[in-house]
Design a protein around this ligand. Structure first.
Ligand code: FES
Length: 114
């Protein structure tokens, strides 16, 4: 069932997400990784820019960052930015409405500033 609210797509119940663990969902054909950390939900593009691998949901959470499980690039949960290099993951707005997670996705923005 497809439900939408002001451009935000209904994804899942908050309770379906485990604390400090990622899960990924296709939202309007975009692969999005959701993370619940400290009870707050964050949404980032699931594709690591290093080798274009859709594995960010399997990343480790540490100090507000998600660390790619393949080679350790880390991205802020808040805005998807890396500390080390100029590229970033797209980050998406999240709303919680009646215990459900809603995410507002947009088309891929290219942020390859090597
Ligand atoms: S694929 Fe993510 S750091 Fe290499």
């Amino acid at each position: 069932m497809h439900e939408e609210f002001n451009g935000f797509e209904k994804v899942c119940k908050v309770s379906k997400l485990n604390e400090n663990e990622g899960q990924h969902f296709k939202i309007k054909s975009i692969d999005v990784a959701l993370f619940k950390v400290g009870g707050k939900v964050y949404a980032l593009n699931n594709i690591c820019p290093h080798q274009k691998a859709n594995i960010m949901h399997d990343g480790f959470i540490e100090d507000g960052f998600v660390i790619c499980p393949a080679h350790g690039w880390s991205f802020s949960l808040i805005d998807g930015k890396m500390n080390e290099i100029g590229c970033k993951l797209d980050s998406y707005e999240v709303k919680i409405i009646d215990e459900f997670v809603y995410v507002k996705v947009f088309g891929k923005k290219f942020n390859w500033n090597f």
